[in-house]
Design a protein around this ligand. Structure first.
Ligand SMILES: [Zn+2]
Ligand SMILES: [Zn+2]
Length: 390
């Protein structure tokens, strides 16, 4: 049984895989600066006989590692960026290890059907690295793409917002705040108007739309009428259409805030992410493998909390999934917290990572060895694309 062989290979590599995840946790490199983390994974894959290309898509910390020839080509995505300040509070120290570990396992177990690719994907937290990879054509010959993200549940399904993020700047005129305030034009008033109007708009927004932001520059000194202010605002919705219509309203508000306060303004789009298209047959296959290993599969619901991921664009480009593994031992710890960072570097967390590596390898094995499953996956993708965002 190849399945038993796959599980055996991973058990033999267990210590090495955990050590790699611990190192990446220590490195804690943020978006586009993951030099040591990406090198660690690329070196590991190269040593195991993969053909490795570094710096793909003009990104220093991206890589493509491949083994095998021909079709189907299954891509496992490797993330490894940390968050500023709180390190690996999203558990990305495990993602690249799971994908590289699963890929090496298939090679070691002697699976010689199709091509297994590990795509080193920088900057998930900020910068949408996978979008750059998609636009550079890295997924052009990929048949199926998948990854498993640490979380507080096991599932092959995900719900993720589409998002657009903006920088907004107001330009006024400086003046002494006490002796000649009337000579100034207050760029902070425009900014405060913007945030107040966003607050008022919330009541009229459709369900499940999010709009949130921070002021990155609130003025220069309290005794000067602020001549310049800046903020970053993110708008999210579960589909592109709702997202775009909300963005139009947000832009009108931003303009009115400038007009009402006699300021000039500028909006720059910083980031854009797509919602995740869940490939049902692939998600079901992965969940079947969770159950095979005796792990409980949870239903993914909106109420559990929803974020965004640059895996969204990948799942809209090729059939794919953004799956989850519970590294919290059933405790409800949300990502991007110090507690989640602890779970991402705990023995229990690493045990879960090893099990998820097995699940990923088994799912990959199912896809490359079953023509019927592959066709089902592709047919689902075509249907979903035809219907558009739900
Ligand atoms: Zn995150
Ligand atoms: Zn994450």
């Amino acid at each position: 049984m190849k399945e038993n062989e796959i599980i055996k290979v991973i058990d033999e590599m267990k210590t090495d895989l955990i050590n790699m995840a611990k190192k990446i946790f220590e490195y804690s490199e943020i978006a586009f600066q993951e030099k040591k983390s990406s090198k660690l994974l690329a070196d590991f894959l190269e040593k195991e006989g993969f053909n490795v290309k570094r710096g793909i898509a003009n990104l220093d910390t991206a890589f493509l590692a491949e083994f095998g020839v021909g079709k189907p080509k299954v891509a496992l995505l490797a993330e490894y960026d940390a968050l500023p300040g709180i390190g690996h509070a999203c558990g990305h120290n495990m993602i690249g290890v799971m994908s590289a570990g699963a890929a090496v396992t298939l090679k070691k177990a002697g699976i010689d059907a199709g091509t297994i690719a590990v795509i080193g994907s920088p900057a998930e937290e900020k910068g949408a690295g996978k979008k750059i990879l998609v636009e550079a054509g890295v997924f052009n010959d990929v048949d199926v793409a998948m990854m498993i993200h640490p979380a507080n549940m096991n599932t092959g399904h995900d719900i993720a917002y589409a998002l657009r993020a903006f920088k907004i700047e107001y330009f006024g005129k400086a003046s002494h705040a006490a002796s000649s305030p009337d000579k100034g034009i207050n760029a902070l008033d425009a900014m405060i108007s913007l945030f107040s109007m966003i607050g008022l708009m919330r009541q009229q927004l459709p369900e499940k739309v999010r709009i949130h932001g921070i002021i990155t520059n609130g003025g220069q000194a309290s005794n000067i009428i602020p001549e310049y202010t800046a903020a970053e605002i993110t708008v999210r919705a579960l589909d592109r259409k709702t997202l775009n219509s909300t963005v139009e309203r947000f832009k009108k508000i931003a303009e009115s805030a400038a007009n009402a306060n006699l300021c000039k303004y500028k909006i720059t789009e910083l980031d854009s992410m797509d919602e995740v298209f869940v490939n049902e047959p692939l998600a079901r296959t992965l969940e079947k493998n969770y159950e095979l290993l005796g792990l409980k599969v949870s239903e993914r619901t909106y109420e559990q909390g929803v974020g965004s991921t640059d895996m969204g664009i990948v799942t809209q480009t090729v059939p794919g999934i953004h799956a989850y593994v519970d590294i919290t031992d059933g405790v409800d710890i949300p990502v991007h917290t110090k507690e989640f960072a602890q779970a991402a570097n705990s023995e229990k967390g690493y045990e879960a990572m090893i099990k998820a590596t097995k699940v990923l390898a088994l799912t990959c094995y199912d896809v490359i060895t079953s023509q019927e499953l592959l066709e089902e996956i592709k047919a689902h993708f075509e249907r979903r694309k035809g219907v558009g965002p739900s």
